[in-house]
Design a binder for this molecule. Sequence first.
Ligand code: NAP
Length: 217
Amino acid sequence: MRIGVLGAGRMTEALVPGWIRAGHDVLIGGRTPAKAEDLAQRVGAKAGTLREAAEFGDVLLLAVLLAGLEETLVAAGGPEGALAGKTIIDCGNAVDLSDFSRIAFEGGMSMAEEVARLAPGAHVVKAFNQAHGDVWKMRPPAFDGRPFAVPIAGDEEGKAAARTLITDLGAESLDAGDLTQARHLEAMAIIVIRLLFSGYDPLSVFAFTGGTGATTT
Ligand SMILES: NC(=O)c1ccc[n+]([C@@H]2O[C@H](COP(=O)([O-])OP(=O)(O)OC[C@H]3O[C@@H](n4cnc5c(N)ncnc54)[C@H](OP(=O)(O)O)[C@@H]3O)[C@@H](O)[C@H]2O)c1
């Protein structure tokens, strides 16, 4: 797969190495070119501008803070239709780190739905938003011997790409529904983020067990 990355921060650093190992071709684009180049060199990817990353990828990883969302998608050409037909995997969270009680968007809308608004025609999927980046340093990411489950929400084409990239990291996908369900995935993430900020282990995760197959009485 050709993966263009919008954002050159911690989540990009966490996810890209596994995709490179799986044989994908990755170009990292960042607001700050020196950071994108430095990170790309460390993980074995190419580097470029946000627009170049958007043009390069059939699938895009969007890994930016909420404050940079609009600026990033404008730079990538989203509102002008340049991302139509591409898959955008959004790992972000609509969270205000200075006030966890604040609802970022009118009506409780998610960051992923805002991505869809700013990138008309793109296949948007929410994924990778719930776990700290350190989880992706585990090989494989597993807890008590069970593969880590990554919930995904979005349209079918977006989810198909996300499933492949989750499997390539040694994890399992968990279909949480359409893009409206990103609201709930982001709300869940805020619970984890608050705990991490209060000193919890970065490997703290919601562990979906998928049932045992046993009958109950
Ligand atoms: N870190 C985690 O463990 C983790 C886990 C799950 C989900 N997430 C989510 O993933 C997203 C990315 O997190 P991260 O930890 O990778 O973030 P990060 O390292 O702080 O930064 C990621 C990117 O966001 C850009 N950015 C930040 N503020 C901006 C602004 N005002 N305008 C334009 N660009 C801006 C940065 O550009 P510069 O380099 O130019 O500053 C950088 O390229 C967030 O929404 C976060 O909630 C993070």
